[in-house]
Design a protein around this ligand. Structure first.
Ligand code: IDP
Ligand code: MG
Length: 140
């Protein structure tokens, strides 16, 4: 059975461009419940740790530098089949290839600055949620 939670981040460039409000509105309109949320800036080391799975990829250094360049929003979202449903809502990794009306198509500006993160599996949703939030920082 698929899980009902996913982890999102609103990435630095989208925060700087004042897209927090519009993106959270899309998330709520799509029926996700926000069960944990915080506003923070990752250190370079923390960004490296979050994206560890990508450390062999050519874009890794740029990605972790970008992700630690300014404040972000991290949130745990709840909905049936959350991982898949949220990836549908955000669209493809490259905003230029994302379906019309998706969060990345609307608010992403490049492959790297694609507005938001979304977990890619139930297992990673749990790992990523635990990365940002302790037990008392979430609704249950
Ligand atoms: P995802 O965010 O859609 O799951 P991943 O392949 O997990 O995509 O990549 C993580 C993040 O790394 C992407 O959201 C994007 O910001 C960045 N990224 C992925 N591929 C590239 C690339 O080819 N060039 C630059 N950045 C990339
Ligand atoms: Mg991914």
């Amino acid at each position: 059975m698929s899980g009902n939670k996913t982890l999102t981040m609103i990435k630095p460039f989208a925060v700087q461009k004042a897209y927090i409000g519009p993106i959270l509105a899309k998330i709520n309109e799509a029926g996700f419940k926000i069960i944990a949320m915080k506003y923070l800036q990752l250190s370079l080391e923390q960004a490296k740790s979050f994206y560890e799975v990508h450390k062999e990829r050519p874009f890794y250094n740029d990605l972790v530098t970008f992700m630690s360049s300014g404040p972000i929003i991290a949130a745990i979202l709840e909905k049936d089949n959350a991982v898949e449903e949220y990836r549908k809502l955000i669209g493809a990794t490259d905003p230029a290839k994302s379906a019309q009306g998706t969060i990345r198509a609307l608010y992403g500006t490049s492959l790297e600055k694609n507005a938001v993160h979304g977990s890619d599996s139930d297992e990673n949703a749990i790992i990523e949620s635990d990365f940002f939030f302790s037990k008392i920082e979430r609704l249950f």
